[in-house]
Design a protein around this ligand. Structure first.
Ligand code: ADP
Ligand code: MG
Length: 488
């Protein structure tokens, strides 16, 4: 290609798409680009989520199509990579007209210190690094022991807590608490049925606080442990120690607080601990299986303390959230074993109350597959004690036709009628396919449902849709939508 050809070639390349008023030219100044991308991000995900996720981020460098972003917290980094990467790319595209790759780097306190030292006296870099190394090690040790003292399980993190419609508010509150401990909402009272994620979320807060600053005093405890320690303290005449321990923390988390009903003495102690912490602006988080007003045998003054800050419920997760939780736990639990998506969907469809149960079912299915059993859907149903038959019986042909009509925007009368436009014919075939596969209906009956009298039409329809499904992802998406409606 000579120079003139090259110029022509460049001329023909697609121009950057200028998408909105926040768009900028392609000049890649990190600060300018971030300023504009931030505006776009705010528009796309809303200011609140933006603040929580991208608040401490900025672009530190742009080179060769790679945008390097500096981020101030590991849970934010993981969250961006998991949930917001595409959105971020979109925002950068809108701002610059360029498709950037993204790298997110965690900003560590140590890096800052190191830079400062190097600036003051470059010849001492080595010593200083060593010094920093040992201080990093010290910090790690401090973190480890803080986690242990706090009784936190390092597994429970924000990064592996899936956010769905059931827990969105609860999670937003948790993030706000991490951002501004003791001030954002105090106390926080989480309630919800067993296995919906209360303990996970609470511990994620504790872990994140210690991750940010290992010198913070964090305590997680169940109300029963609290009682046991109290009784032991009384027995050994160490009341003062007990009091001091719980009244000198930055963050106190008490789990399963509904059991306080049973222990009047604990209520008294809890009330005083509560007041001390509250007055000192220290954070309190409580979790219970029911809201404060339904905890019957507690004093009014304790109940009003429980209610005095932010009360938020966590519900059972919806289907989408259950699928996301299962997919993530699959990644965590197992690298190599292939689990057919139908099985995952089956678990998500049937285990709809409790995440613990959801994960338990996944473990069972995984072990069956790992044993090399090659299970069928029927085997899985048996294993999980799901009654497939009665589930199928609840699905009526009309429900299927209605779902296809809604999702594909075609009239029921058209599906059942004579019209032969390609689109209507395909919708009709989809109905036949679902009736046959999902309801295991005999061919003749399927034909009758769509007013056809030849059962070979049904066979042909099933084959055709089967083939289309393999190459048409849009069709698959819409089929899944239909299944969702049908199975509701
Ligand atoms: P609860 O305290 O409400 O009884 P847990 O916090 O103990 O429930 O949650 C039960 C299990 O489900 C834990 O293994 C937890 O990690 C998991 N879990 C619950 N909710 C979520 C979620 N939103 N994302 C990921 N895992 C979850
Ligand atoms: Mg719990």
């Amino acid at each position: 290609m000579d120079k003139a050809d090259f110029a022509e070639h460049v001329e023909k390349l697609p121009k950057p798409e200028i998408l909105n008023s926040h768009a900028q030219n392609t000049q890649a100044d990190p600060d300018e680009l971030w300023k504009s991308a931030k505006e776009n991000l705010r528009l796309i995900i809303g200011p609140k989520v933006f603040g929580g996720i991208f608040g401490g981020c900025y672009i530190e460098n742009i080179q060769n199509g790679l945008v390097q972003i500096s981020c101030d917290a590991s849970y934010k980094r993981e969250k961006i990579l998991r949930d917001y990467k595409a959105t971020l790319k979109k925002a950068l595209l809108k701002s610059s007209g360029r498709n950037f790759e993204i790298e997110i780097n965690l900003r560590e306190k140590d890096t800052f210190q190191k830079e400062k030292y190097q600036y003051h006296d470059p010849s001492k870099t080595e010593e200083v690094s060593l010094d920093l190394f040992s201080s990093a090690e010290k910090e790690n040790k401090q973190k480890e022991s803080a986690l242990k003292n706090a009784q936190l399980n390092p597994k429970y993190l924000f990064s592996n807590f899936i956010v769905g419609s059931n827990n969105r508010l609860a999670e937003a509150i948790a993030e706000a608490v991490v951002e501004d401990l003791g001030n954002a909402y105090n106390p926080v009272f989480y309630y919800g049925d067993t296995g919906v994620g209360k303990t996970h979320l609470m511990q994620a807060i504790g872990n994140e606080i210690l991750n940010k600053d290992a010198s913070k005093k964090v305590v997680y405890i169940s109300i029963e442990q609290f009682l046991n320690e109290m009784v032991e303290a009384i027995r050994t005449k160490r009341n003062e120690d007990f009091r001091n321990k719980y009244r000198a923390v930055d963050l106190l988390m008490i789990d399963d607080v509904q059991f306080v009903e049973t222990y009047p003495r604990t209520q008294e102690e809890l009330f005083h601990t509560f007041n001390t912490l509250y007055q000192a602006n220290k954070q309190i988080i409580l979790a219970s299986d029911r809201p404060p007003k339904e905890i019957k045998n507690i004093t009014d003054r304790l109940r009003s303390r429980f209610q005095g800050g932010m009360v938020a419920d966590i519900q059972a997760p919806d289907y989408e959230t259950r699928m996301a939780i299962l997919r993530q736990s699959l990644l965590e639990k197992n690298g190599s074993v292939e689990v057919p998506d139908e099985f995952i969907q089956m678990i998500a469809k049937n285990m709809d109350k409790n995440v613990r149960e959801l994960e338990g079912s996944l473990t069972k299915v995984l072990s069956l597959i790992k044993l090399g059993m090659n299970p069928t859907e029927e085997d899985i149903a048996k294993l999980l004690q799901i009654d497939l038959e009665s589930k199928r019986k609840k699905i009526t042909p009309m429900k299927v036709i209605k779902a296809v009509s809604d999702v594909f925007d075609v009239k029921i009368s058209e599906i059942k009628g004579d019209r032969r436009t390609a689109y209507v014919a395909q919708c009709r075939q989809i109905v036949m396919y679902i009736l046959r596969n999902e309801l295991s209906m005999p061919l003749e009956r399927v034909a009758k449902e769509v007013n056809r009298n030849d059962h070979t039409t049904v066979l042909h329809a099933c084959e055709k849709i089967e083939l289309l499904k393999k190459k048409d992802s849009k069709l698959n998406e819409r089929l899944n939508e239909c299944y969702k409606i049908i199975r509701e």
